[in-house]
Design a binder for this molecule. Structure first.
Ligand SMILES: Nc1ncnc2c1ncn2[C@@H]1O[C@H](COP(=O)(O)OP(=O)(O)OP(=O)(O)O)[C@@H](O)[C@H]1O
Length: 239
């Protein structure tokens, strides 16, 4: 018997995004057809300006495509009104960005509680912080933590609502390699422990070796898709 077909979590068809500044049009995305599968860890690679963040923002409901269609499971996101898109984002998507966007006047625990207070079925802030290895730092303020620790608080905040999807835009971009690997280990652990569909944008080609699939972008299009036969553990990745 063959393996069951993978379950599609996102599908895009001809997604285009045009930014217009005065007379100048920039095609940030120029026709992207893509399927992402439940539980998969996907790395998006490509030069600066090739459209990776634009696609991530559209998948995460932070932005609308100019043309083309986008589905999250059976729900079409394409023309969803902003209120519904906000609900979609709140209920299903966790975001991790390069700069951690923590509230400086709140402790790690309080930063995570901002999310757990408004989610229907959250884990506790304590549980989320323990999952990212910060059980002992819960009452520290961001200024008392290293970059990697702050990013782990940001990941705890993103996962505390138990999202099906975790979208990470350059999560290690501001970190040295040792700290970056710790953050990747947390992402790997969340992906395998909870089956959270995870998308990671990176400029660091080494990181692709931990992914199930690697999608390469060039000029607003997908230039190649590669499935890794074997994956490396984050601790085996060096940069
Ligand atoms: N709000 C905006 N207004 C105008 N142009 C934009 C806007 N956002 C993105 N762009 C342009 O769209 C193109 C794609 O940008 P995008 O950020 O998606 O690329 P990227 O591959 O994520 O790049 P990077 O790796 O540098 O983050 C770029 O040419 C960028 O300048």
């Amino acid at each position: 018997m063959g393996q069951a077909a993978p379950e599609i979590v996102f599908r895009t068809q001809g997604v285009t995004k045009v930014y217009q500044t005065g007379d100048v049009k920039v095609f940030a995305l120029a026709g992207v057809d893509l399927e992402l599968y439940t539980g998969e860890m996907t790395v998006l690679l490509g030069p600066s300006g090739s459209g990776k963040s634009t696609l991530l923002n559209i998948l995460g409901g932070l932005d609308h495509a100019t043309a083309g269609r986008v589905w999250f499971r059976d729900t079409e996101l394409t023309d969803m009104p902003d209120r519904a898109l906000t609900r979609y984002r709140r209920d299903h998507v966790g975001f991790v960005f390069q700069f951690y966007n923590l509230v400086p006047s709140l402790t790690a625990r309080e930063n995570v509680q901002l999310v757990t207070d408004v989610s229907p079925d959250p884990m506790s802030a304590e549980e989320a912080l323990a999952l990212v290895g910060l059980a002992k730092r819960m009452d520290h303020f961001p200024s008392e933590m290293s970059g990697g620790e702050q990013q782990r608080v940001a990941i705890a905040r993103a996962i505390a609502k138990r999202p099906e999807i975790l979208l990470c835009d350059e999560p290690t971009g501001a970190l040295d390699s040792t700290t970056g690997v710790q953050v990747l280990e947390v992402l790997q652990d969340i992906n395998s422990r909870f089956g959270t569909t995870t998308v990671i944008i990176t400029h660091n080609a080494e990181i692709q070796r931990m992914a199930h699939r690697v999608i390469q972008f060039a000029d607003g299009k997908i230039s190649s898709v590669h499935t890794n036969e074997t994956r490396l553990a984050p601790s085996e990745i060096v940069w």
